[in-house]
Write a new protein. Structure first.
Length: 82
């Protein structure tokens, strides 16, 4: 974060304000980070949303699955889920 990230050295030798640190990441690390975020978001979308029916897209395009609680992807090892 802003307080810790600017005070301590990072694994890649990134320095300066937190707003500029992402641009200083080495390209392979940035690609790995971007791929991990994309895979996680695609998995969350697959779990939470109904597959669109292109014949009747206006009713299924933005519809959440029945019983889906936003953010619940089935991983709660400590039992914090309400």
């Amino acid at each position: 974060g802003y307080f810790v990230g600017e005070s301590f050295p990072s694994p890649f030798g990134i320095t300066g304000p937190a707003n500029d640190q992402l641009q200083q990441m080495p390209l392979p690390a940035f690609i790995l980070l971007s791929t991990a975020i994309a895979a996680t978001e695609l998995n969350r979308a697959r779990i939470g949303w109904v597959e669109p029916d292109f014949g009747n897209w206006s009713k299924t395009l933005w519809k959440l699955r029945e019983g889906y609680y936003p953010g619940d992807i089935g991983f709660d090892p400590l039992g914090f889920k309400p």
